[in-house]
Design a protein around this ligand. Sequence first.
Ligand code: SF4
Length: 480
Amino acid sequence: MKPKTGDFNRAAASALADADVQRNMRGLYDGFHMARERAAEATPNWEDLRDRARAVKAHTIEYLDHYLGMAAENVERAGGKVFFAKDADEASRYILDLAAARGVKTVIKSKSMLSEEMGLNARLEEAGVEPVETDLGEYLIQLRGETPYHIVAPALHLSKEQVADLLQEEIGGPRYERAEDLTAAAREQLRGKFFEADMGITGANFLVAETGTLVLVTNEGNGRMCTSMPKVHVAIMGMEKVVPSMEDMGMFLRLLIRSATGQRLSSYVTLVNGVRRDDDVDGPEEFHLVVVDNGRSKMLADPALREALYCLRCGACLNACPVYRKVGGHSYGWVYSGPIGAVVSPMLTSLPDAKDLPYASSLCGACREVCPVRIDIPRMLLHMRSDLAEGGPHSGSPRASLAERLTMKAWRLAVARPWMLRLANRLARLAQRPLVKDGRLRKLPPPLSAWTRHRTFPAVASRPFRDRWRSELRKSRRDG
Ligand code: SF4
């Protein structure tokens, strides 16, 4: 699945002009973000927890092969099967072959960003298997044929009225007005599917290496139904989701849930250990864990981008981001949006295809402030910008144009020599005359024309700062 991020500017402009989207997004900051702030304040040693979590993540990613090996051994000891897939194709093929071998016709799914990344629903449909999303938000965007708008709240962009229209159109019956009735209508549709399905597919919030335990965090209980009702449970997991121990998992749960929604604990935390045992009341007869790379090794290999793998997918950076809050999730053109999406999407696909995304940020640092594992997203965005400009290893394209590089070289020479800077300043003041309007430069000539395509520049001052400074100094000395 390729991102369509080349259209970021156009998509962002249309989201900004869409009154519905702007209205529906308004609650994001006052809701999720403020709830996270209150939860952080109420949690003793919150900052220490963040430091510890970051250290554990750094250690686990450093020794990822060791912890994945340990986790796989323990999953198999509990009767599960583990498959390591190098990409989305390989992972999907494993699941499709399994579905064909077991005669699966319907699959119930619990929310998984990795499944979106793999384009798994489309692949299942092509193979004649019906995928049914059972998280309410995911169910709604599946009906609309969309990707998630937000990591935690996939249908965030839809108002109650839009949901009412959608459900009436897709499942028939009366047009409900109240949220409770809309939820009940969706629930009724899904209930039958839970009984019908032969396979459940879930993601994984964590995999505990020392026990082989899969951990799912949900608020609707659908994850628990997907893992316990069908005969076959397949969990798909990005390879970075492993944590060393149960003790670590407790810490990450606290950080993840409070950062995501501000809850102390989500309504359901489901722990899955392999297949159903003789004295279990429910559970799958088969459990398969598919561990997916799909570009993550590329991030692992780059020390400047590796920390993106620490991400817990809590969504706090999206809620804090002034850009995301205005342009919304679909402007990013792929599955992952917001600040972390601007780093992850280009790396999991290709930087040239997603080259707008590193620039979709004001670099204000709000994302870094709220991240439970202190991921330095602005630094990574700058790294990717420099990669693009300098023709670095991820850019897949030649460096910036010759004209731009020569301009930058000339600028570097000038700022290092005061006489040259003075001369350049004088020349610029003369050259800018026909271009200045109301003190702003509205249209720069090539090769700098791209700089004024979407913004204006302040004109070069009529008197340089150094001259004003000098005369101020002289004046203050004179005045004693
Ligand atoms: S980068 Fe940090 S804040 Fe953003 S989703 Fe990941 S863990 Fe949450």
